[in-house]
Design a protein around this ligand. Structure first.
Ligand SMILES: NC(=O)c1ccc[n+]([C@@H]2O[C@H](COP(=O)([O-])OP(=O)(O)OC[C@H]3O[C@@H](n4cnc5c(N)ncnc54)[C@H](OP(=O)(O)O)[C@@H]3O)[C@@H](O)[C@H]2O)c1
Length: 351
């Protein structure tokens, strides 16, 4: 597998996003399926495993720690804090909290669940806008000094916030959404990462299934599927987006790869500092996604893809208004307005 760098770490260019093994897109797989998937990824040369305190409100880290703990020396473990489940009277809710004491506590909890002494890459999952970014990054920096974290990252931040953070402590990676249908990184963050020597870790690199060209019917999503709250997956918007796929599938055919592989190969071709972390619950999809690391795209193919699926051709915002308010990224305007939802502590675990 092709290798790429994140600060001091050399990792597989295609990592594994572990979120889906515990929440997000309907009922999670049975524990033995999740366990087999993690071990298969390891066996196939994946060395970057991405989890978070948020995923399954701790259950995902517990799973990753239990299964990959015995293989700890072979992998780079990435996790995130500053957005986690908090117990309220009416149940556990997702709360963004970037205060220094919370980050310290989140990290201790993650270390315990992951069964490790040190997390290779620890991200601030969301910038808590009530707390200066310098303070939250200061807490991450303290964790590096204490030997609990090797490198730090940020998720869903703007280039301005990234630069402020980097002035406090070197930022090894930004993890934000990036794919043919979500191009916000191209406004500034992708270049800023290159300039400061940070990796860009692309989450939802398959557009949450859209770019696999296999997801045709969004009316059957499980009640807990987080895509239900995303404007692009509303049936009318999605129907419009499906119209983009015929040409896209034809390009994949010309290249000699699958549509999912095309999406990942496109990302890896956007820069040597780009790493993709697709998520899957399926062994066959895992193998297919890993195969993308060997797919090379020429300039003409890149141009055909850029011309077909881009910020102007995609319908619908990626997030609804409440989720959008939680991120700090520069955003392109897109066709279709975000759905209005009010925000506070939120019962769903979110993206
Ligand atoms: N930092 C953040 O705020 C943030 C937010 C979201 C995600 N993430 C990270 O990014 C990772 C990946 O993102 P994601 O899961 O949202 O999106 P994704 O990787 O773009 O898409 C996952 C979806 O695509 C399907 N899929 C995967 N490979 C496929 C293939 N070869 N053919 C057909 N379908 C395929 C999966 O279903 P199957 O299970 O059927 O394969 C799943 O429904 C997460 O696991 C998480 O670690 C981070």
């Amino acid at each position: 597998m092709k290798q790429r760098g994140i600060g001091p770490l050399a990792v597989s260019a295609i990592g594994l996003g572990c979120m889906n093994l515990s929440h997000a897109y309907g009922a999670p797989p049975a524990p033995e399926v999740a366990e087999a998937l993690l071990l298969r990824a390891l066996d196939r040369g994946v060395t970057l495993f991405d989890t978070a305190a948020l995923y399954g409100f701790g259950a995902n880290e517990t799973l990753v720690g239990r299964v990959l703990g015995p293989h700890r020396s072979q992998i780079a473990l990435a996790s995130k804090g500053g957005m986690a489940g908090v117990q309220f009277e009416d149940g556990i809710k997702r709360v963004i909290d970037g205060r220094t004491e919370t980050i310290r506590r989140n990290c201790e909890d993650s270390l315990r669940r992951l069964r490790t002494d040190v997390i290779d890459l620890y991200y601030l999952h969301r910038w808590d806008k009530k707390v200066p970014i310098e303070d939250s990054v200061g807490a991450l920096s303290d964790l590096v000094r204490a030997g609990k974290v090797r490198a730090i990252g940020l998720s869903e931040v703007s280039a301005t916030t990234l630069r402020k953070a980097h002035a406090v402590h070197p930022v090894a990676a930004v993890q934000s959404e990036y794919s043919l249908w979500t191009r916000n990184a191209e406004i500034a963050v992708l270049d800023t990462c290159r300039e400061i020597g940070a990796a860009y870790v692309a989450f939802s690199p398959l557009a949450r299934g859209f770019l696999s060209a296999r997801l045709r019917d969004v009316s059957t999503f499980d009640a807990k599927d987080i895509r239900r709250g995303m404007p692009r997956f509303e049936p009318a918007m999605y129907a419009a987006n499906l119209g983009l796929l015929d040409d896209y599938v034809a390009i994949a055919r010309d290249v000699g790869c699958t549509p999912a592989q095309l999406a990942l190969a496109w990302l890896l071709a956007r820069g040597e500092h780009v790493i993709a972390i697709p998520g899957t619950t399926s062994a066959a999809h895992l193998d297919e996604n890993i195969g993308a690391a060997a797919v090379a795209l020429d300039a003409e193919t890149m141009a055909r893809l850029d011309a077909r699926i881009n910020r102007e051709s995609v319908s619908g915002a990626r997030y609804n208004a409440a989720t959008q308010a939680e991120v700090d990224t520069e955003e392109f305007a897109c066709r279709g307005l975000p759905t209005q939802v009010t925000s506070s502590a939120r019962p769903e675990q979110g993206p």
